[in-house]
Design a protein around this ligand. Structure first.
Ligand SMILES: [Mn+2]
Length: 506
């Protein structure tokens, strides 16, 4: 079998004999390869092309077509619930656009990251696409029954030669299991048609923060204009409420994301030594996460040696860390669309000094107490308020807060020594579902972070010299259940003995 025939069989598509003949076997490889992939390839990993990542029946690794369909049904059900009693409105149109490619300079793109809500409801990874969902209150309010349409970039041999295969409309249907797919050039016509056919309908669209400026300015704002006396609802808050509770498959992905980052942290701890550069610890973290299957780091990590740990969002990561100093690293990875977000603080020499150990253990006790509160009894704000009480007590114990201060003064000081919240929701985004209030009680299948810190600026002369310039944060990823909280990042060491033991066995 010649290479060309083998490739044809692999591609699963017959080419005309005329084409094969005229291509000429010898000089054909360069021309045939891109053509073949443009016929059969997808714009993202699929079971057919990446069996090591995607199983049969899955859209993205670990998530099936059925799960994506159920998500769309849940969206429709919860949206229509609010219009249940209103007989006058029956039709609902949901518009969820994808992200677009952002360029740093001409022709050089930033790494593409899909719009999270779009990804959540269809799993399609290409830019400049759009998901439309049509539903009727009379039919869908209890079942979530709907029609889903995906608009995607059209197949384009010239573009695909440069950027790799696109799925095209047929590929997008096959890949995601939506009801129909069209080229994105059809969006305008489709919306005009829908608007002309439906007198009254509810438009569900994130109009306050359009994610795709071109679609918004060119097409969707026109629809909103034509539709201006009718119902316009922001779909984003609804999406976030659904994303807040993770399915069993999502929990597995989050567990894996946290495990990968935890293992990578151990390698970074072993790799650190006096005079190590922050940039090298960053590179090591990135390397170890990718080696374990993560796509990339979930956010620019904080790798802050010494007093730089007091800069909460320090991401410059270009200093040399001296022997006696600790390093604070806040890093996590993205694994098949799900983020981990872990922070550890450790001495680069491998041994905590006495003041470091005291401040570290105070932070750890507060963190462990806060983790125990991740139950359905409390909200994230409840845990934050309790963290301030615990921090105030620990700081008083250490002599950092004077025992002469009143209770309120001590809480205020605790707030100064830890100027950030103790937690946020975690999921597909690092700061996940940020429109969901932190005042609501936790529910089973939420994932949250727990991340108290103590930061003592170098120039805080009120604090004894031994603690000045130290910044410590300890952060884990916690799954809320019906019973005990589950620490997804439990395999990332945080006890002083465990860290010292890992680092002594380098
Ligand atoms: Mn965090």
């Amino acid at each position: 079998m010649t290479t060309v025939t083998m490739m044809l069989l692999y591609s699963g598509k017959q080419l005309s004999p005329l084409f094969i003949k005229s291509a000429g076997v010898k000089k054909s490889l360069m021309t045939v390869l891109p053509l073949l992939s443009s016929i059969r390839g997808f714009g993202q990993p699929a079971a057919q092309t990446h069996p090591h990542l995607v199983a049969e029946g899955e859209v993205t690794p670990g998530l099936t077509k059925k799960e994506f369909h159920q998500r769309r049904c849940s969206l429709v059900r919860s949206a229509l619930e609010t219009f249940k009693g209103m007989k006058s409105v029956n039709d609902h149109l949901f518009i969820i656009p994808s992200a677009t490619t952002v360029y740093m300079i001409n022709e050089i793109p930033y790494p593409f990251r899909q719009n999270t809500d779009f990804l959540y409801f269809c799993g399609f990874q290409e830019p400049d696409s759009l998901l439309l969902i049509e539903a009727k209150t009379s039919k869908s309010v209890s079942t979530g029954e709907h029609e889903s349409h995906l608009f995607v970039p059209r197949k384009d041999a010239a573009k695909e030669l440069w950027d790799g295969p696109r799925s095209g409309a047929a590929g997008a249907m096959e890949l995601t299991g939506v009801d129909t797919a069209f080229n994105s050039g059809e969006i305008e016509k489709y919306l005009q048609f829908y608007n002309s056919k439906h007198k009254d309908f509810v438009l569900w669209y994130n109009h306050s923060k359009p994610v795709h400026t071109d679609f918004h300015n060119r097409i969707i704002s026109q629809l909103m204009h034509d539709h201006r006396h009718k119902y316009l609802e922001n779909v984003s808050e609804l999406c976030q409420r659904l994303r807040l509770l993770k399915s069993p498959a999502e929990i597995q992905l989050m567990q894996q994301s946290a495990k990968i980052a935890s293992e990578a942290f151990v390698e970074v701890m072993k790799f650190s030594k006096p005079q190590v550069n922050e940039a090298h610890l960053w590179a090591k973290m990135d390397f170890e996460c990718r080696l374990r299957g993560a796509e990339f780091l979930a956010y620019p990590p904080v790798v802050a040696g010494g007093a730089r740990a007091n800069i909460i969002h320090y991401i410059t990561n270009n200093q040399v860390i001296a022997g006696g100093e600790m390093v604070l690293m806040d890093a996590g990875c993205e694994f098949h669309g799900y983020a981990s977000d872990i922070t550890r603080t450790w001495p680069v020499s491998g041994h905590f000094t006495e003041p470091q150990r005291k401040l570290y253990n105070a932070t750890l006790r507060v963190q462990e107490a806060c983790i125990r509160m991740c139950t359905t009894e409390f909200s994230l704000d409840d845990i934050y308020n309790h963290m301030l009480v615990l921090l105030a007590a620990e700081l008083t114990q250490l002599g950092i807060i004077s025992p002469d201060c009143s209770y309120d003064q001590r809480l205020n000081l605790a707030r100064q020594f830890c100027p950030h919240h103790v937690s946020h929701y975690l999921g597909m985004d690092v700061h996940d579902t940020s429109s969901v209030s932190r005042k609501i009680k936790l529910q089973p299948n939420m994932v949250v972070t727990v991340e108290p810190g103590i930061y003592i600026p170098e120039d805080n002369y009120k604090v004894s010299l031994e603690f000045r310039g130290m910044g410590i944060r300890i952060e884990d990823n916690i799954l809320v259940t019906e019973t005990e909280p589950v620490n997804l990042s439990a395999s990332c060491p945080k006890r002083v003995e465990d860290i010292e033991s890992i680092m002594s066995n380098r």
